[in-house]
Design a protein around this ligand. Structure first.
Ligand code: NDP
Ligand code: GDR
Length: 327
């Protein structure tokens, strides 16, 4: 029988790659889209992957339980992937209540919709390495204590624990993936890797003369979104629901990631990067480095694409896009 999946956040980076992955596996894929979206712009992700006509889209919002419940009841999905969120950390200080409502309480709305509408479904929650925040152990695993450092991370922590709680309270098949940063050519332009690769492409083509960044000493464990959506799916194929860290185990400064991008375009980073305090955050997560031994052992998951390969792919994609747009 054809399996049916419901993906919230289907127009986002991960939603697009996950949908492609599930379609390739023969799933019927349904996605939640919101009326208030800037989807005209974001829909390019689904087109870019050649899957926009292959999805069934439903009008619902994470902040609106009845729309989610109606959607879940109508579809009767086997698997629900909750990827929707206000996902930009910097915005979460400017919109803390919306972030709490969507990124935090929104998780309970999806869980309630599933509990009431399709309790046999399997649930994936997009938890985040940002929950570790102020680092207490050199490598972060499922056992590392959390110390969130932004309204986004606080909201994600709520989403994480309510997922654990619904699993323990109601016996739902609910798993949480604590994913470290993952990027791709489909990454939003506000996130640092994509901001850098678009900036590099624009400078290379003579469309910009500088790139303004904030704290380039911050370190992140960066992987590729394509690798990470595979881990999400693997979690829901397990007999028992559980929580897993997904990470590469390599950490790199924003500065070194930038070097890779500029070098790939044959440019000298020092001539173009300007440090602008406007991009500093009220509280920073200085370093993240994930220990994904459990995912590797239990799920048999390993990342296949490293940072250099990914950044080069992103620079090339941005160069091609800007050339097309300016032609
Ligand atoms: P994106 O920002 O690219 O996508 C977010 C998605 O959520 C978009 O489809 C957006 O829709 C949707 N959305 C936002 N608000 C609502 C709402 N009120 N109702 C319904 N949908 C809504 O995020 P990513 O794809 O990068 O990340 C996916 C998930 O994983 C997020 O929850 C993120 O917080 C989490 N995460 C991401 C990591 C990463 O490195 N990428 C790491 C760890 C966790 P629209 O198109 O309308 O804006
Ligand atoms: P992050 O990603 O906050 O880790 O959250 P982001 O790419 O925004 O920042 C990474 C690091 O780079 C530093 N930085 C800058 N960041 C941005 N966006 N713009 C800049 O100009 C800039 N200069 C330096 C930041 O201070 C930070 O230290 C991402 C999101 O996808 C979350 O949803 C997800 O949960 C986490 O990754 C894991």
């Amino acid at each position: 029988m054809t399996k049916r999946a419901l993906v919230t956040g289907v127009t986002g980076q991960d939603g697009a790659y996950l949908s492609q992955f599930l379609l390739d596996k023969g799933y019927e894929v349904h996605g939640v889209v919101r009326r208030s979206s800037h989807r005209g712009v974001e829909d390019h992700r689904l087109r870019w992957l050649g899957i926009s006509g292959k999805l069934n889209l439903h009008d619902a919002d994470l902040a609106d339980l009845s729309s989610l419940l109606r959607t879940v009841q109508a579809i009767q999905p086997d698997e629900i992937y909750n990827l929707a969120a206000q996902s930009y950390v910097a915005s979460s200080w400017r919109q803390p209540l919306l972030t709490a409502n969507v990124t935090g309480v929104g998780v309970t709305n999806v869980l309630e919709a599933m509990r009431l509408g399709a309790p046999k479904a399997r649930f994936y929650q997009a938890s985040s390495s940002e929950m570790y925040g102020l680092i207490q152990e050199p490598m972060q695993s499922e056992k590392t204590p959390f110390y969130p450092r932004s309204p986004y991370a606080v909201a994600k922590l709520y989403g994480h624990w309510i997922t654990v709680n619904y699993r323990e309270s109601f016996g739902l098949h609910a798993s949480s993936g604590i994913l470290f940063n993952h990027e791709s050519p489909l990454r939003g332009v506000e996130f640092v890797t994509r901001k850098v690769t678009t900036g590099v492409a624009a400078i290379k083509l003579g469309l910009a003369t500088e790139l303004r960044l904030g704290n380039i000493d911050a370190k992140r464990d960066w992987g590729h979104a394509k690798d990470y959506v595979r881990a999400m799916w693997l979690m829901l194929q397990q007999e028992k629901p559980d929580d897993y860290v997904v990470a590469t185990g390599v950490t790199t400064t924003v500065r070194d990631m930038c070097h890779i991008a500029f070098e790939h375009a044959g440019l000298d980073m020092e001539k173009f990067v300007i440090i602008d305090p406007a991009f500093y955050r009220p509280a920073e997560v200085d370093v993240l480095l994930g220990d994904s031994s459990k995912a590797r052992q239990v799920l048999g998951w390993t990342p296949e694409i490293d940072l250099r390969e990914m950044i080069c792919e992103m620079v090339d994609a941005d160069l091609a896009r800007l050339r097309r747009e300016s032609a």
